[in-house]
Design a protein around this ligand. Sequence first.
Ligand SMILES: NC(=O)c1ccc[n+]([C@@H]2O[C@H](COP(=O)([O-])OP(=O)(O)OC[C@H]3O[C@@H](n4cnc5c(N)ncnc54)[C@H](OP(=O)(O)O)[C@@H]3O)[C@@H](O)[C@H]2O)c1
Length: 244
Amino acid sequence: MGKSPSILTLLLILLAGLAVTTAQGQPERDPEIIAIIGTGNVGSTLGKIWAAAGHRVIYGSRSPDSPRVQRLLADTGFGATATSQADAARQGDIVMIPIPPTAIDEVMVALGNMAGKIVLDPTNWWTIEDGFAGAPRDPRRSLARQVQDLAPGASVVKAFNTLNFAVMADPEISAGPVTVPIAGDDVVAKQRVARLVEDVGLEPLDVGPLQAAQYLEEMLRLAIGFRELNPGLAFDYHLRLREN
Ligand SMILES: NC(=O)c1ccc[n+]([C@@H]2O[C@H](COP(=O)([O-])OP(=O)(O)OC[C@H]3O[C@@H](n4cnc5c(N)ncnc54)[C@H](OP(=O)(O)O)[C@@H]3O)[C@@H](O)[C@H]2O)c1
């Protein structure tokens, strides 16, 4: 007959269990090393949230020593750092590119070899200023595909392009739980990005391969058209999962 575990053994098992849960009772996750290339609305908003959630945040900026970026570092806290775009990308396991779409070619070349990394792409072609007509482009070739072509060997994941940065900062301002659709060809990369979505207080929804990014990128056009036709009004996307 085997010996029953001592009280000390039971206590150690209990403590080990507690060690892998956070204060909120959520399972603890390995912190990510996230390079954020671009310190504008989206980059600064998500950088602050992810740093506070325990991830290591490295901002990649064209002017890492500027007073503006230094203020962002102070606001972000939690040991966040700022450096050049290429140096940040070299350090990051996940490299987010919250940059203007017109800068994608130039920035991806500057970042260098991205093989083996997750490249998180939140970019949109359309801007509010464009209005409904917008600058013409072929919707069949997504920005995410453009990024993938410039980053051979990387796992490009499209996410965070379907909501405003104000909702990222405070999901409560939207009148319902907000879903973040995620598209990419690498399932594990999408799972890691899904956890970052949850850290922001949003709901991840895997919508399929990178090809689906072309539809996600067109969603903003609808929202821009609506705003143009209904001055003073806008809508957020509340995609809800249900049984079918
Ligand atoms: N605004 C939103 O609510 C929102 C929501 C979802 C997705 N998006 C998309 O996310 C991307 C970023 O949006 P954002 O609102 O954060 O833009 P933003 O405030 O204009 O910031 C873009 C940042 O990109 C960096 N950058 C790198 N190369 C650049 C270049 N050649 N020219 C200009 N900036 C360059 C700059 O950071 P440094 O000066 O530090 O280099 C700049 O602060 C866009 O593609 C946008 O469509 C925006």
